[in-house]
Design a protein around this ligand. Structure first.
Ligand code: SF4
Ligand code: SF4
Length: 366
């Protein structure tokens, strides 16, 4: 049954499909007006290692690089290279064909087996598909109207080390697992007689696809807040023509909680996250895509910080009261936030008391 909850508002007079060349990871290569033009994320890593700072050692950088390896080496697949149905595997399987609901159950079960705890299925809203890829090639995937979207949790103990190499290793491990699961799910779908296109951050915007698939809500810093792990997850997806059931967006009470809580904004070393109580839709650069009623993040400042830091950053992720291990106590607290917003102030004070107010842990920019 469709949910009454409206997870986001889009002004369709303004909103356009996003050109992937405008993400902050692409702009250093072509956009001379970008504040981090020509700068690479890890360019200051040797300098940080030489400083002998905790969490910035040579072996920790080796671990970081190895953690990202599988994510980085698997070739990105474009719509022209989709994984086609394997001939001769489906005809005898079930001539009548399973229902979309049965397909979704099978897909979710297999994704669980591969290591994803949270899997949702949705029809693809074309608004979330990039207009052009990083090479400037148009992306049209109308022939794949369904998506399987899934999360991979990150090691929260390591993430707490942000913004050093140890935290980035946890991020890299999760992204590499995303690749493995997306590829394997695509193979599974092709052996079931359908077409599949695996994607991690390519092809389309993961956060709104995950919201549509019922995996969580967006937070003040634009990332997905998941019911079990808060922001401590990475997202990937598989587009397909296998008919799948439509999951409903979930109301976790995040929007209301964020209006009071600004811990992610406080934790940011470069003040890239909004302090406005309510989403104001104010955007900063071409890396933001105007037209969504949300708090836009100044991702230019964020990326520039990463390049000075010598590694990526997860301060905003770890400071979030929703990013906690999936224990009974935390499930109870999340349950209260979901059911009533009236105790948000108290829960926030408890979070501050137990886990502290964030500090904008950062390396000196040099
Ligand atoms: S990743 Fe770090 S620098 Fe970027 S917005 Fe979050 S806290 Fe700020
Ligand atoms: S830290 Fe607070 S304001 Fe930021 S996303 Fe999490 S709940 Fe919302």
């Amino acid at each position: 049954m469709p949910s009454e909850f409206t997870p986001y508002q889009i002004d369709h007079a303004t909103y356009k499909r996003f050109d992937q060349r405008n993400i902050c990871f692409s702009r250093p290569k072509w956009d001379k007006s970008f504040i981090a033009y020509g700068r690479r994320i890890y360019q200051n890593a040797p300098q940080r290692i030489a400083q002998g700072l905790r969490g910035y050692s040579k072996d920790q950088f080796a671990a970081l690089t190895a953690a990202w390896h599988i994510h980085d080496i698997v070739p990105r697949i474009g719509p022209s290279e989709i994984i086609l149905p394997r001939e001769g595997t489906f005809e005898d399987y079930n001539p009548a064909g399973p229902t979309p609901e049965q397909n979704s159950i099978l897909i979710k079960k297999f994704a669980n087996d591969l290591g994803s705890p949270d899997v949702g299925t949705t029809r693809v809203n074309k608004d979330w598909i990039y207009s052009l890829d990083v090479q400037g090639e148009p992306i049209e995937i109308d022939q794949l109207p369904y998506a399987v979207v899934f999360t991979v949790p990150m090691d929260q103990e390591k993430l707490k080390e942000s913004p050093n190499f140890i935290a980035s290793t946890a991020v890299g491990v999760a992204y590499s697992k995303c690749r493995f699961i997306a590829q394997s799910l695509s193979e599974y779908i092709s052996h079931m007689g359908y077409t599949a296109l695996p994607a991690v951050n390519e092809t389309g915007l993961s956060v709104p696809l995950a919201i549509d698939a019922g995996l969580g809500e967006f937070g003040r810093n634009g990332l997905l807040i998941n019911d079990r792990y808060g922001m401590g997850v990475r997202i990937a997806k598989v587009f397909t023509d296998m008919p799948l059931a439509q999951d409903s967006p979930v109301n976790l009470g995040v929007r209301k909680f964020c209006t009071k809580c600004k811990k992610c904004a406080e934790s940011c070393p470069v003040k890239a996250i909004s302090y406005e109580d309510n989403p104001d839709g104010r955007f900063f650069s071409i890396s933001n895509n105007p037209g969504a009623h949300k708090w836009y993040v100044n991702v230019d400042k964020c990326y520039k910080f990463w390049t000075f830091n010598g590694s990526d950053c997860s301060n905003c992720v770890t400071s979030c009261p929703f990013t906690k291990p999936n224990t009974r106590t935390h499930r109870m607290a999340r349950g209260i936030v979901k059911r009533t917003g009236s105790l948000n102030g108290l829960l926030l004070r408890m979070d501050n008391w137990l886990y502290g107010r964030p500090t904008s842990r950062s390396r000196k920019q040099s």
